[in-house]
Write a protein that binds this ligand. Structure first.
Ligand code: NAP
Ligand code: ZN
Ligand code: ZN
Length: 350
């Protein structure tokens, strides 16, 4: 494998800058791919800024919405061939032997999945490097087949934003008759709206950006509420079966729990840096459940890609050059993204 070029941060306060590194030579079960597009997830920024665990690994090449073309396969690969359009999401391996891996939930691997970046390969030593780069090598079990009818650039964000909303929507059975609230209309939220609508649910967006109303409705929401208006929460108390909170900041979860009806659920997928405080009454007042959900398994991610292909659900994207990536990160931080930035990796060769 030749040296790969990418953009990396060298520490928690660094800008993304060009950086070269080595990928491993393909092993028998590996797929080598040229990266054509990579989406920008808010998690890229959280991890680059070391906001979650305090032990981010540097240098860090972020990127886990990776779409591209197979350029080579190991001798034992059966599912892919050179020229196939493929994708890689948030993890590139897992232990494969724990109860969760065996049950097909690799994303909840008890031994910790090998994250696509800011993680370690199964040797526990080698740092993983993500998709803000020209090429990647991944075991075929962790490689996805991309939708045939959607543009590749607009499919890349499905690999994290898409699956992170599809999985809880499926698990909590979004469909006709179910009232679903999506909190935050960013990368994750906008895919949540599209997918929940396609599943047949009644979809409401809660946004702190009032000017997103028109777009929320265009994306498929039936209703829109500006969450900065305090009477919203009293007016709509106990009217939702499922509320999915995608917000990247520490907002008041108690307010949103009040929206959930008897025996309903609020699912947290946004990962704020700061802990969020909870009142017991917010749960027991209507026998509510508070749950979390992380991305999805490989099988479920493929199911989601096929679902989005069938229902024609690309992400709404703004394609940028790699040279614009630091500016794009600033815009993500100010909730100014419509609705996912996708980096054109050709520009990395410039
Ligand atoms: P994003 O594009 O930045 O969207 C987040 C949205 O949250 C914003 O567009 C904004 O929507 C709302 N928001 C942001 N700051 C806010 C504030 N201070 N108060 C109220 N609302 C605010 O981010 P994303 O890529 O969708 O990711 C969202 C979160 O999910 C991140 O924390 C990310 O790390 C996490 N994540 C989790 C998983 C998982 O597996 N659970 C997977 C991927 C990402 P409005 O303008 O509409 O209010
Ligand atoms: Zn992500
Ligand atoms: Zn495992």
């Amino acid at each position: 494998m030749p040296k790969v070029t990418g953009y990396a941060v060298q520490n928690a306060s660094d800008h993304l800058r060009p950086w070269s590194f080595d990928r491993r030579d393909p092993r028998p079960h590996d797929v080598a791919m040229a990266i054509t597009y990579c989406g920008i997830c808010h998690s890229d920024i959280h991890q680059a800024r070391n906001e979650w665990t305090g032990d981010s690994i540097y240098p860090m090449v972020p990127g886990h919405e990776i779409a591209g073309v197979v350029t080579g396969v190991g001798t034992a690969v059966t599912r892919f061939k050179v020229g196939d359009l493929v994708g890689v999401g948030c993890f590139v391996d897992s232990c494969r032997t724990c109860a969760n891996c065996k049950a097909g939930f690799e994303q909840y691997c008890i031994e910790t999945p090998s994250l696509t970046y800011n993680g370690r390969e199964r040797d526990g030593v080698t740092p993983t490097m993500g998709g803000y780069s020209t090429a990647i090598v991944v075991d075929e079990h962790y490689v996805l087949r991309m939708p045939a009818t959607l543009p590749l650039d607009a499919s890349a964000p499905l690999l994290c934003a898409g699956i992170t909303l599809y999985s809880p929507l499926r698990h909590w059975k979004a469909g006709p008759g179910l009232r679903v609230g999506i909190v935050g209309l960013g990368g994750l939220g906008h895919m949540g709206v599209k997918i929940a609508r396609a599943m047949g649910a009644d979809v409401t967006v809660f946004s702190h950006t009032a000017r997103k109303q028109e777009e929320a409705l265009r994306l498929g929401a039936h209703h829109f509420h500006d969450s900065s208006q305090p009477d919203v929460f009293t007016k709509l108390a106990q009217t939702f079966d499922l509320v999915i909170n995608t917000v990247s900041a520490a907002i008041d979860w108690n307010q949103y729990l009040e929206l959930v009806r008897l025996d309903g659920t609020m699912v947290v997928v946004g990962i704020p840096q700061a802990p969020v405080s909870m009142k017991a009454q917010s749960l027991l007042g209507a026998r509510r459940r508070l749950a979390g959900s992380a991305i999805g398994s490989i099988a479920e991610t493929q199911e989601m890609l096929d679902f989005c292909d069938h229902h024609r659900l690309p992400a709404d994207i703004e394609v940028i050059s790699i040279q614009q990536v630091n500016e794009a990160w600033k815009r993500v931080l100010s909730s100014d993204v419509r609705y996912r930035f996708v980096i054109d990796m050709e520009t990395l060769k410039a």
